[in-house]
Design a protein around this ligand. Structure first.
Ligand SMILES: C[S@@+](CC[C@H](N)C(=O)[O-])C[C@H]1O[C@@H](n2cnc3c(N)ncnc32)[C@H](O)[C@@H]1O
Length: 277
């Protein structure tokens, strides 16, 4: 089946939508008009609306347009992900956590790992699997948090059920240990599932985001959609939300020009990561 053909957005309408999306989500869609069209037109059809102007009025309705805003954002986000997409970075997180666990003095300390822009949950569960493996023979308390702007992604992540195709990269050993056969595929095993919680959160609105006191923030393949000054501001916010000594892990090559007097590079050459001083 070919890609559906959508009517073209006029040159007059285009900048309005690009600006609205960047203001709302941070995502820069300039030069990607087809992504915008493929996102907007299915929503127009779903709402039974025939003109873009009318749809814009619906979105602009403040509170009343909120649900439709969420549906449109959901449609426009790229939720590509896979388990252990960057396994070496995850193993480095495991090593860091093991060291942290030996250093913390409080017996009941709970380690917190945050996967930001977690899509359908694969990144958060992969981090949880690595953490479970590193803490196999300890009674260290820990939890993983996954957040994303997309409500449908968060619902999927919370269910934690994946198809055969989605778990192809998982080793046999991990499949046996961390998954259970379910009616619709493979469900995350309940012991691991209860260590991981999910929520919607917009990186554009970090001032109102409740998550603080993190030991690790893992954010990969999300900041690539944003303008540089916004990326730098998000990273400064992350530093605020990390504990002293906490670890920030980005995707390879992301935010090359960010610098902050509050962090030092960690494992340069091996990782794109920083520790809070
Ligand atoms: C390409 S996926 C990356 C998923 C995962 N981090 C990985 O590397 O496999 C990008 C994710 O970022 C999310 N995202 C985009 N803009 C966001 C924003 N403003 N706030 C939070 N999440 C956002 C999207 O919904 C999507 O799930």
């Amino acid at each position: 089946m070919g890609v559906a053909e959508y009517p073209s957005i006029s040159d007059e309408e285009l900048p309005r939508w690009e600006t609205w999306i960047e203001k709302t989500t941070g995502i820069v869609l300039r030069g990607r008009k087809h992504v915008l069209e493929q996102g907007i037109y299915p929503r127009l059809l779903a709402c039974g609306i025939s003109s873009l102007e009318e749809y814009r009025r619906l979105i602009d309705l403040g509170q009343g347009g909120g649900l439709e805003k969420a549906a449109l954002i959901d449609q426009l986000t790229v939720k590509d992900s896979s388990f252990f997409r960057n396994e070496s970075a995850m193993n480095a997180v495991g090593e860091y956590l093991l060291r942290l666990s030996r250093e913390v003095e409080k017996e009941d300390y709970e380690i917190r790992v945050w996967s930001v822009g977690c899509a359908l949950g694969q990144e958060a569960y992969s981090l949880a699997m690595v953490t479970a493996e590193y803490f196999e023979y300890t009674d260290q308390r820990w939890q993983v948090l996954g957040t994303d702007i997309s409500p449908t992604a968060v619902i999927h992540a919370t269910r934690g059920v994946y198809s055969d195709k989605q778990i192809t990269g998982i080793s046999k050993h991990r499949k046996v240990r961390f998954f259970e056969q379910a009616e619709e595929g493979w469900a995350i095993e309940p012991g691991l599932r209860q260590r991981v919680r999910f929520g919607t959160s917009n990186l554009r609105d970090l001032d109102n985001c409740p998550y603080r006191g993190q030991d690790v923030i893992f954010c990969q393949n999300v900041l690539i959609y944003f303008r540089e000054e916004m990326v730098h501001s998000i990273l400064d916010h992350f530093v605020e939300r990390l504990n002293p000594g906490g670890l920030l892990v980005l995707g390879a090559g992301e935010a090359p020009d960010w610098n902050s007097s509050r962090v030092v590079r960690w494992l340069p050459g091996r990782l794109n990561a920083y520790r809070v001083c």
